[in-house]
Write a protein that binds this ligand. Structure first.
Ligand code: GLY
Length: 373
């Protein structure tokens, strides 16, 4: 069994398969967890971040429900401690028309199980005293949290190996090897590796692997990020939990405050730009004015694996033994436990109990065939 990609998705799948007693080899071009898994902010947001993410809600809720156990097991296996919190998130609307904008945002959740709790300006300030004076309307989402994705990705990679998976880095996979509708293995720049099953978890790089692109036409969506180290006298960290407004703010236990993120289609160029970082800083100070004095400690960008319908690509295809677990776009950190569970069940039991119907790994290949006819 080969897993292509050692990001949080590939390593979570590898760990799950190793726990199910399969022999697993994970391949990556570089060190594990150094692409989108490293660049993320680690928000755990099962309520959709936008209307186009609504089809994800059931799977996202299922994954959030698995998260406590997932983190606990990974910590136990590795002896590492992971910065992980489930203390909710605040959505905040500033200035004129704040209440109307909140009403439009709340309408997103009308048919879902989420019941954001509306908050007025006084309640908002009681929860987050450092908010700008014109924070006029908000809502609390209680079932949310955040995890230090860099810590978690490294720990999951180690946990997968401790469970028995082998990890090989510096290996560039060029092609999926199939014959008569069956997977035979993969071809790397260094040679062939045989396997009856191959799981593609290569994120944005899926389109660079021949045989994967028709199922997973991923598109890199660059996200620029900034980390601040606020030195607030009276409150310590100026926000107590994840706060979302024009930007999102994610506090870390180590004293950093992450500010994210742009969504840009700039190919594979991982740059930070004055326009991108400038906008994030302006938005952060607009939300929490005292951040104007906070030292900037890091800027970076990463490539989210987006897809044409912005939804992940999960499960089997029309080539026996070939599986997909990619295209998680803005939700890879959150969806790692459910993706791993789904792939584990599919591969060892033939079906999965998780709500994965909208994410069929055949949907893009089927559409391409229909267009060609
Ligand atoms: N989920 C946050 C982001 O993609 O920026």
């Amino acid at each position: 069994m080969i897993v292509v990609g050692a990001g949080i998705i590939g390593c979570s799948v590898a760990r799950e398969l190793a726990r199910r007693k399969l022999r697993v080899l994970v391949l990556d071009r570089q060190e594990p967890g150094k692409e989108a898994s490293w660049a993320a902010a680690g928000m755990l947001t099962p309520a959709a971040e936008s209307a186009e993410a609504l089809p994800l809600v059931h799977l996202a809720r299922a994954s959030f429900a698995l998260y406590n156990e997932f983190v606990r097991q990974v910590e136990q296996t590795t002896g590492r401690t992971i910065d992980y919190r489930r203390d909710g998130a605040l959505e905040v609307f500033f200035g004129e028309g704040a209440e109307e904008r909140r009403a439009a945002w709340m309408a997103l959740f009308r048919d879902s199980a989420f019941q954001p709790k509306p908050l007025d300006a006084v309640e908002l300030r009681r929860m987050e005293p450092a908010l700008a004076a014109d924070a006029a309307a908000g809502a609390l989402l209680t079932d949310e949290g955040a995890v230090d994705n860099r810590q978690l990705s490294a720990a999951v990679a180690e946990a997968a190996q401790r469970e028995g998976a082998e990890l090989r880095t510096g290996v560039e996979v060029a092609r999926i090897d199939c014959e008569s509708g069956r997977t035979k293995g993969i071809e790397t720049r260094q040679g062939r590796i045989s396997a009856k099953h191959v799981v593609m978890a290569a994120g944005s790089y899926s389109t660079q692997i021949r045989g994967a692109e028709r199922y997973a036409p991923t598109i890199p969506a660059r996200g620029q990020m900034v980390a601040l180290r606020p030195a607030s006298r009276s409150f310590g960290m100026p926000v107590r939990r994840v706060v979302r407004g024009p930007a999102y703010l994610v506090p870390r236990a180590d004293g950093r405050l992450l500010v994210g993120a742009t969504v840009e289609y700039a190919g594979f160029e991982k740059a930070v730009t004055p326009g991108g970082i400038g906008r994030l800083l302006t938005d952060a100070v607009r939300m929490i004015p005292e951040l104007a004095a906070a030292p900037i400690v890091e800027t970076w960008s990463g490539l989210r694996p987006d897809t044409p319908d912005h939804l992940p690509v999960l499960g089997p295809v029309d080539v026996e033994g070939l599986w997909f677990a990619t295209g998680h776009f803005r939700n890879g950190i959150l969806l790692a436990p459910a993706t791993a569970r789904a792939l584990g069940e599919w591969i060892t039991e033939g079906k999965t109990s998780l709500p994965v119907e909208p994410f069929s790994a055949m949907r893009f290949a089927n559409r391409a065939q229909t267009v060609a006819r």
